[in-house]
Design a protein around this ligand. Sequence first.
Ligand code: TMP
Ligand code: ASP
Length: 242
Amino acid sequence: MTVPDMTKEHDLVYEGKAKRVYRTQDPRHYLVEFKDDATAQDGRKKGQIRGKGAVNCQVSAVLFSHLASRSIPTHFIRLESENTMVVRRLSMLPLEVVVRNIVAGSLAKRLGIAEGTKPAFPMVEFYYKDDALGDPLVVEDHIVALGIAARDVVASLREASCAVNRELAPFLAERGLTLVDFKLEFGWCDGGLVLGDEISPDTCRLWDSATGERLDKDRFRRDMGGIEEAYTEVLRRLTGRA
Ligand code: TMP
Ligand code: ASP
C-alpha cells in the first residue's frame, strides 16, 4: 500500500468534523485520518483535544480487531500510523445506530429519567444522519416508508448492533470500563452490511467501573476538564500504552 500524500487535495474524499478520508491506490480501500478537532451540539461547540486523533484511531483499531476476531465484519484493515488507518471502502447508510445499556445523555433529558438508570434490556435507537437537521431520532417506519432502508436491513442493523454490544460490553468491563452507550454507523461492501466509522471515547460513553468517573467525550460536552487524561486512560486500559 502506498501512503497517499495527504497534502494532495485530489486524494481527499471527504472531511468530517473529526476525520478526513483519503483515496489510496487501491480503489477498494480508503485511508482515514483521525483529527484532534472536537465538536458538540451539532458543531456549535468547537474545540481541540490534544492527542484525541491518535487515541480514537488506536482505540477503534483495538475494538474493531476484537469484533473481527468474534466474526463481526468491520471496515478496519490495519493501522497505518498512530492516527491513520486503512479501511475497506463502504457505501454508507445515512443512519446512526445507538445502543444504550444505561440511561444517559439525550435519553435522560428527553424522558426525564436520571442518568445511571438501568433499563430492563439494552435499547436500540436510530438517528437520521443530517447535520442541518441535527441528526433527528427516527423510528423504523420512518426509515422504511421514506426509503432510507428496507425493513430487513433495519432488522439486520439492530441485530448487528446488539451483537457488537454483546462483544464489547464484557471486553471493556474486563478493563474496568462500563459501556454505558455507543453509536455505530454501517455501510455496504460486497453485498453485506459492514461496521464502519469509529468506536472511541467520542462515540461511546465509558464510565470507570469502580468510581463512575466519565472517561469519554462528555468531559468536553459538559466542560468537565481532564479531557486529554480521560482519553489517554482509555487507550492505556485497552493497550497498556499511554
Ligand atoms: P446521546 O445520549 O447524546 O444521544 O448519545 C448517545 C451515544 O451516541 C453516546 O455514546 C454518544 C454517541 N453520539 C455520537 O457518537 N455522535 C453524536 O453525534 C451523538 C449525538 C451521540
Ligand atoms: N458529534 C456531534 C457534534 O459535533 C455531537 C456529539 O458528539 O455530542 O455535534
